[in-house]
Design a protein around this ligand. Structure first.
Ligand SMILES: Cc1cc2nc3c(=O)[nH]c(=O)nc-3n(C[C@H](O)[C@H](O)[C@H](O)COP(=O)(O)O)c2cc1C
Length: 190
């Protein structure tokens, strides 16, 4: 099977981010049919419709970068029961100019990671609302609201328990099937 490139967007800029650690574990556990790569979003200027005709270089670069990927994986914390601003900004930047959204048709999946018990459920589902509009077919199962993040990783940032690793492995394996089902081998999606 042809390997598919997947953009990984991490919704936290924190150096010791649990979500970034989880993203790195997902990258390590991904099956051979997927090549996951983190696309950085922290340097994107805030979206402003006034700049649509003369966009900042960072927006152009981000949009061009995203065209090289065939799917998108969101790994994000929950801020105030919703999507962190930095991630929503990246989504908005990628969605414009109107009619040229980089997200259109790319299969996606969401994992939320939080120290809290609810595991970022609110952010996970708010993000799904945007993905419906953006025509990103988002994997339904397994759902991934990962709580108790402070105890998930060892000193090196690897998943500390077998049970969590199995859950994360199942998630990324199922996503590989989801990507295969939602992309052809006949070329890149938009
Ligand atoms: C502005 C802000 C709002 C937060 N709101 C929530 C929340 O609604 N639900 C939650 O589970 N954790 C919330 N938290 C705690 C984060 O889950 C926690 O800081 C987590 O470590 C952030 O993810 P990271 O480790 O990937 O940076 C919030 C943190 C901040 C800074």
């Amino acid at each position: 099977m042809r390997q598919k490139k997947i953009a990984v967007l991490v919704g936290s800029l924190r150096k010791e981010s649990f979500n970034r650690k989880m993203a790195k574990n997902l990258i390590a556990l991904a099956p051979a049919s997927l090549k996951l790569e983190i696309v950085e979003i922290g340097g994107l200027p805030l979206y402003n419709q006034d700049f649509d005709d003369d966009p900042p270089a960072a927006w152009i670069e981000f949009r061009e970068q995203l065209t090289k990927f065939e799917g998108v994986l969101f790994v994000t914390p929950e801020y105030n029961r919703s999507v962190p601003g930095v991630l929503k900004n990246a989504i908005d930047v990628g969605s414009r100019p109107y009619g040229k959204s980089v997200w259109d048709g790319k299969p996606g999946a969401i994992m939320t990671v939080s120290p809290g018990a609810v595991g970022g459920f609110g952010a996970n589902h708010h993000l799904r609302q945007s993905l419906v509009f953006l025509n990103v077919p988002a994997m339904q199962q397994p759902e991934a609201y990962i709580g108790g993040a402070a105890k998930l990783f060892d000193q090196s940032g690897n998943l500390a328990s077998d049970s969590t690793r199995e859950l994360v492995q199942k998630f990324i394996n199922t996503f590989a099937e989801w990507v295969a089902r939602n992309t052809g081998d006949g070329g890149m999606t938009k």
